[in-house]
Design a binder for this molecule. Structure first.
Ligand SMILES: *[C@@H]1O[C@H](CO)[C@@H](O)[C@H](O)[C@H]1NC(C)=O
Ligand SMILES: *[C@@H]1O[C@H](CO)[C@@H](O)[C@H](O)[C@H]1NC(C)=O
Length: 362
């Protein structure tokens, strides 16, 4: 009975949304996409983002087609907005790419071909059995590690598909800051150049296998200044001889866990331990501008293609959300951050790795 009523409500809501959208459509926008309007938008776009193909006719046409496709996707996604807080979509520096190009540019790491690696580390470290026995804890309604001064500035991975290194090193920076009250940037380039265990520099890697490598090899993550970021895979410059005396932090332990239908547990880890690294599906972030993502972000295992860091949450908001730190520079989303709704396993919140118990040797 309840279910039937709920379904009826959903249908009524859907009809209302359709009606409202139609109302909005009639006046300002014609239903047929207007090519001359698209051309104007594209001209402005090419200038604003200083695209190198401005004077290359062939390339210009190719990019225009992709741009038009993005415009239609943007309209469709914005059509799903239910509140002023819902995610907003519009043109970004990635709007002149196909989804495949976008995937290849930013999201190498966890493409389906690599997914076996997830399986491996997933089974090694899963701790779900403990979960049910954990003492219950009253969680704050919101929590933001940025306010505690333990999160470094937003970074940019550029054309280097090393999101796996960015998210893990950023978690390490935060964990060190939480325990030692000193926040300092650590070397991502060291991970790109040196990490073994099925990590391939700018060609991709995996957050869990990177942590496994760090623990087993006892490699210290050096300060950023000692091994600066170049975003190009190069030979490892670590000195094998005096590893023990090198300044840096050493990861002693970590946990990989799966939070499908257990997001309260994830919030608990986030509050009691620190920021977490997460494997996600970022395909729909191509044209993301801000607001809370509630739809079109399927987080199923086979679709994980990116890694980020979750630094907090807010349950006092109309749409409760996670605060997610990305590595696409500070012009992406909301000053480099994005927001994802809590509670529907969205974007792959179903597959999160917690790092904990570091040994600090800075
Ligand atoms: C124009 O772009 C195409 C790729 O679409 C490229 O092959 C060609 O070399 C470019 N021409 C010039 C003059 O840069
Ligand atoms: C913590 O930071 C202080 C400087 O604020 C430093 O002297 C100390 O060695 C650090 N502790 C560890 C364990 O790295």
């Amino acid at each position: 009975m309840e279910l039937a009523r709920a379904n009826a409500m959903k249908i009524i809501m859907a009809l209302t949304i359709v009606a409202v959208s139609l109302c909005l459509l009639i006046i300002p926008i014609s239903v047929e996409p207007d090519r001359s309007q698209d051309i104007k938008l594209f001209e402005a776009y090419v200038t604003e983002y200083k695209k190198p193909y401005k004077f290359n006719r062939t390339e210009y046409e190719r990019r225009f087609e992709r741009f038009q496709r993005s415009l239609r996707k943007i309209d469709a996604l914005n059509g799903l907005r239910m509140s002023e807080h819902s995610a907003r979509y519009g043109v970004t520096e990635y709007s002149d790419m196909t989804e495949q190009e976008f995937l290849a540019l930013n999201l190498h790491p966890d493409l389906p071909a690599h997914s076996e690696r997830h399986h491996q580390c997933h089974y090694h470290h899963i701790h779900s059995a403990k979960r049910s026995r954990r003492a219950s804890l009253i969680l704050p309604m919101k929590h933001d590690w940025r306010e505690k001064g333990v999160v470094t500035a937003i970074k940019s991975q550029g054309n280097c598909g090393a999101c796996w290194a960015f998210s893990v090193v950023e978690v390490a920076e935060s964990m060190f800051a939480i325990s030692n009250k000193t926040l300092s940037a650590l070397s991502i380039q060291e991970m790109i150049d040196c990490a073994g265990n099925n990590n391939f520099g700018c060609e991709g890697g995996d957050i869990c296998s990177l942590l496994e490598w760090l623990v087993i090899s006892k490699t210290r993550i050096l300060p950023e200044a000692n091994y600066p970021l170049t975003r190009i895979t190069n030979v490892c410059k670590l000195q094998k001889k005096n590893v023990e005396s090198q300044v840096g932090i050493q990861v002693s332990d970590f946990t990989c866990d799966n939070f499908v239908n257990a997001e309260e547990e994830l919030l608990k880890e986030l509050v009691t331990k620190g920021p977490v690294a997460a494997a996600v599906n970022a395909l729909s972030w191509q044209n993301y501008l801000g607001g809370i993502i509630q739809f079109h972000c399927d987080g199923s295992f086979a679709n994980l293609n990116h890694a980020v860091q979750i630094v907090g949450y807010d349950k006092t908001a109309e749409i409760p959300y996670y605060i997610v730190r990305n590595s696409w520079g500070s012009s992406f989303g909301d000053k480099g951050y994005l927001y994802i709704a809590i509670g529907n396993n969205l974007c792959g919140n179903n597959f999160i790795y917690i790092t904990s118990s570091y040994i600090y040797l800075m």
